[in-house]
Design a binder for this molecule. Sequence first.
Ligand code: CTP
Ligand code: MG
Length: 253
Amino acid sequence: MVSVIFPAAGQGKRMHAGFNKVFLEIIGESILLRTLRRFSEVPAVQELVVVTGTDEVAAVRRRLSHVPGLKPLKVVAGGSERQYSVWNGLRQADPQADIVLVHDAARPLVTPKTIEAVIAAAQEHGAAVAAVPAKNTVKIVKDGIVTETPDRSTLWSVQTPQGFHRDILVAANEKAEQEGFLGTDDASLVEHYGMPVHVVMDSYRNIKITTPEDLIIAEAFLRHENGGVRGSLRKVAKRAGAHLSGHCQGKDG
Ligand code: CTP
Ligand code: MG
C-alpha cells in the first residue's frame, strides 16, 4: 500500500498573496486540489495525508470532503518547518503502508508517470527522488566571491515526489528529531544516515510554485497539456521532450 504525505502548511511568503499559496487557483482550481487529483489518478496510491496550518485543518477537511474522485484523505496539522510538517503527517499515515511518498502540495504539474516511477524505484531501492539535470551552471559563493564551480554534469535539481520504504523514512525522522538535524528535503535525512537514494528522471514541468511568475508558467503548462497552445509549438516542445528523455535515460537511477 502507498500513502502520500502532502506538506501544505507553509505561509507562501515568497508568493506575497497574503495567505497560504496552495489555496491560490490556477484556471479555476486550487493548487492543492490539482495536486491531489494527480495522485488520485494513480491506482497504487491508497491514502492522501494533507498537512496544513493548524488553523486551516477544519476548513480544508470540510472543503475536500465534498470533492468527488479523490483517494481516501486525512487532513492533519503541520509544524513550523517543512520537515516537522512531514513528520507529523507520517505519524498519522496508515501504518499498513509499506511505501510512503512525500510530495510538495505546491507542485500541481506532477504526472502519474513520475509518481509511478518513484513508487517503483522506492520499492526496489528503499529511497528515491524525482529530479532533473541542472540546466544552469551553479557556483559556490562565499562572501560574494566564487570559490568553486562544480561540474554541471554531476548536478541535479531535486523535486518531489520522494519515495521511501516506510520504515526507512520513519527511522530517519526519529533520528533527525533526536539529533535536532534539519535537512533541506526528505531524502537528505535518509542520506544523513548513510542510506543510498536513487534518482528518477522527472520532467522540467514539475515546478514548485514559489513566486508569482510561477503561476504564469504553471498556467501555460496546463493550457499546453489541454491542447491550448498552437499545434506547431506543441510539436516542437513534444519533440524536444522526447529527445531529452531519450538522451538522459542512461543517467537514470
Ligand atoms: N510546508 C509545510 N510546512 C512548513 C513549510 C512549508 O508543509 N512549515 C510546505 C509548503 O506548504 C509547500 C512545501 O512545503 O507545499 C514546499 O515549501 P515552500 O515552497 O517553501 O512553501 P512555503 O514555505 O509556503 O513558501 P515560502 O517559503 O515562500 O514561505
Ligand atoms: Mg518555505
